[in-house]
Design a protein around this ligand. Sequence first.
Ligand SMILES: Cc1cc2nc3c(=O)[nH]c(=O)nc-3n(C[C@H](O)[C@H](O)[C@H](O)COP(=O)(O)O)c2cc1C
Length: 198
Amino acid sequence: MKILHIISSPRGEASFSIKLGTAIVEKLKASNPDSHLTVHDLTRSPFPHLEEVHLNSFFTPAESRTAEQAEAIQHSNNAIAELKAAEVIVIGVPMYNFGIHSTLKAWIDHIARAGQTFKYTENGPVGLVEGKKVYLAISTGGVYSQGEMKSYDFTEPYLKTVLGFLGMTDVSVFRVEGINVPSIQAGALDKAVSSIVL
Ligand SMILES: Cc1cc2nc3c(=O)[nH]c(=O)nc-3n(C[C@H](O)[C@H](O)[C@H](O)COP(=O)(O)O)c2cc1C
């Protein structure tokens, strides 16, 4: 089993989304001893924001790209190749201002490419990244799985939408939540790890 663990928290060993994502990876490895793991920390070498040169390279046929465009598209090509090579993708998702961290958004902007990861058909867009299993390890200061804050969570709905658009519809979500809520923070990680079902 080829596992890709995407990290988007800059907090290293203190990060709850990394701890939860790692717990998912460890469970996967325990039940698939021949697994191969690739860890990609997006905060260590962030993908650039999409600039004019990236957009032009996306929409120019490979044989017609300038040297600058050919270089600029390597970020996207590498990210898509890494994604397609994986069978299981574990994505660590720290909540920042009700959404995802900007390094994760930049990665998504590089993997979502017409003709590569989705295509337009007469019946609408079709995702081309099929057959993957995705696990989201979401970490939040508050509680969003239920209660009055649930509708303020733009991490899970956004990621399910964009991953589904690319063909990745088999998505399981695990949450370490309430880590800024004094009454529940102490047991939040243990509770999240025990909730993992593969
Ligand atoms: C800049 C920043 C913005 C945050 N925004 C939110 C937020 O909107 N809602 C929330 O519940 N927690 C918020 N938090 C708390 C984080 O989601 C929480 O610390 C989480 O554990 C971060 O993930 P990590 O531990 O993997 O780094 C924020 C934290 C930071 C540093």
